[in-house]
Design a protein around this ligand. Structure first.
Ligand SMILES: O=P(O)(O)OC[C@@]1(O)O[C@H](CO)[C@@H](O)[C@@H]1O
Ligand SMILES: [Mn+2]
Length: 472
């Protein structure tokens, strides 16, 4: 694409024409000369201004509330850790709110070098030091979550501590009734059908795809950590939500998978799932992957999770195993327990494996995976299907660029084709591609904030690659 037509990247800058005021604020955080930016602006700007400091402040509040529990768990010595973490978090919040430069990582960690390299590259690209409110949104957000982690990396007792865990676990328990309903649906249809074949069970397959899709509505970072559980019976709502799927490649996906079902290859067929959120969404994702395994479309699933707390609700290995474990509890009911037995078996037999590569918590778009982590790219390329769940993964798929919204999904991937790619994403950020010409403009006229509320979604599929993983 010629430079003049290159799409812009979503940036945290406040657009000058819309700044209502920039004023010095005499808060306990900001000193005399520090400017706290108060402006109206783009979604990335507003999100950074309003949501991000709240996320950091909530961790500080949580730690202070939990002090007693922490002392019981780790002993009296944890108090000095808590104090220094809280101080560093407050400093981080201050840097953010006063638009300071993004400083390098100081604490030794496996990804420290990669992150500092990314900061240098960002500075070189822009020709200046990146700052909180004048940088690519994707970069700054990832940086924030990594900096939060760094405040714990340096501690004695809290290095492994997951400060978002309680919220993720609450989101499972608060969605339990909906989860029970879906487990019952899976079990009943499984028993009725005896053996699932994709074409014959297409309606059921569509349900599991759409459940995994709409399950993505319930993430916590969009609400800065407030309850985002699933209360209603999603299954009942699926048909009503059909017209909210603005681009739907379900039929293409089905055609490809039906062909895959009957293709013989000389190794086990597998799918990779780039997982997003814990709780209800993860439960729906596992139903979908169980369907694909039960119908013998694939024999293996590689789950790619985060290696650290990320965007509040993102799944870590611990969250995954925790959920499958608690699902065995009597209060979850017999259908959920039945699902748990299946999933434990998949994990034990190695049909399901968990991977937490560093790449997922670096700020790179997926088009750069081949350069930044060729091993991971090769690993994904072993699959016959790669599924990227959720909004953040979508932003990384499309580079967080403001594409003309009818640009084809294949084009916006910019060469990221390790295997056929499916994305299931509800729209929570101002970027989308693959819409029918004119649709985005019609939606704009509706007056609804349709790109950022999670009320609309896309199911997009690109099968540029043949079933045996060779480019066609
Ligand atoms: O990837 P997810 O869980 O679907 O969404 C992550 C998200 O809530 O985080 C960002 C705001 O912080 C937005 O891009 C997006 O809405
Ligand atoms: Mn998420």
């Amino acid at each position: 694409m010629p430079a003049a037509m290159a799409p812009r990247i979503a940036n945290t800058r406040a657009p000058p024409d819309r700044i209502s005021r920039v004023r010095s604020e005499s808060s306990s955080l900001a000193g005399e000369s520090d400017q706290v930016v108060v402006a109206l602006g783009t979604f990335p700007y507003v999100s950074m201004r309003d949501r991000s400091p709240v996320i950091v402040a909530r961790i500080v509040d949580f730690l202070s509330r939990e002090k007693g529990q922490m002392k019981k768990r780790f002993g009296e010595e944890v108090v000095s850790d808590l104090k220094s973490v809280a101080e560093m978090l407050s400093k981080l919040r201050y840097e953010m709110m006063t638009n300071k430069p993004l400083i390098p990582f100081e604490v030794d960690a496996p990804d420290q070098e990669m992150w500092n390299k990314a900061l240098e590259e960002e500075a070189a690209r822009e020709g200046k030091e990146p700052t909180w409110f004048d940088s690519p949104w994707l970069f700054v957000e990832c940086y924030m979550y990594r900096r939060i982690r760094e405040t714990f990396d340096d501690s004695l007792f809290l290095r492994q501590f997951d400060y978002f865990q309680h919220q993720k676990q609450d989101s499972y328990w608060n969605s339990l009734e909906a989860i029970k309903g879906l487990a019952k649906y899976f079990k009943t249809s499984y028993h009725q059908t005896k053996q699932w074949k994709l074409q014959e069970a297409k309606v059921i397959f569509r349900h599991f795809i759409e459940l995994a899709l709409w399950g993505n509505k319930c993430d916590l970072s969009i609400t800065a950590g407030q309850d985002a559980s699933q209360k209603t019976d999603l299954l009942e709502d699926l048909d009503k939500s059909a017209d909210k799927i603005l681009c739907n490649h379900f039929e293409n996906l089905c055609n490809y998978l039906t062909q895959l079902e009957s293709t013989r290859i000389d190794r086990l067929k597998s799918a990779g799932l780039i997982v997003d959120n814990a709780g209800f969404e993860l439960f729906c994702d596992l139903l979908l992957m169980d369907f694909l395994c039960s119908s013998h479309v694939v024999q293996k699933v590689h789950f790619h999770v985060k290696s650290m707390p990320w965007y509040i609700s993102d799944v870590t290995t611990h969250d995954f195993l925790w959920m499958v474990d608690v699902m065995q509890k009597p209060e979850c009911g017999e259908d959920v327990q039945w699902m748990a037995q299946r999933w434990i078996q998949y994990l034990k037999s190695g049909e399901w494996t968990l991977h937490d590569e560093m790449f997922w918590t670096l700020p790179y778009p997926f088009s750069e995976m081949q350069i930044e982590d060729p091993g991971l790219y090769q690993h994904l390329a072993q699959n016959q299907l790669v599924i990227a769940k959720g909004d953040l993964n979508y932003r990384k798929l499309v580079g967080d660029l403001e594409w003309p919204r009818h640009t084809s999904f294949t084009e916006v991937l910019r060469g990221f084709h390790p295997a056929p790619i499916l994305t299931l994403r509800t729209l929570k950020a101002n970027t989308v591609a693959g819409l029918k010409e004119g649709l985005a403009e019609t939606m704009d006229k509706s007056g609804e904030d349709w790109m950022v509320t999670g009320n609309y979604a896309v199911i997009q599929f690109c099968d540029k690659i043949s079933p045996i993983g060779v480019s066609t």
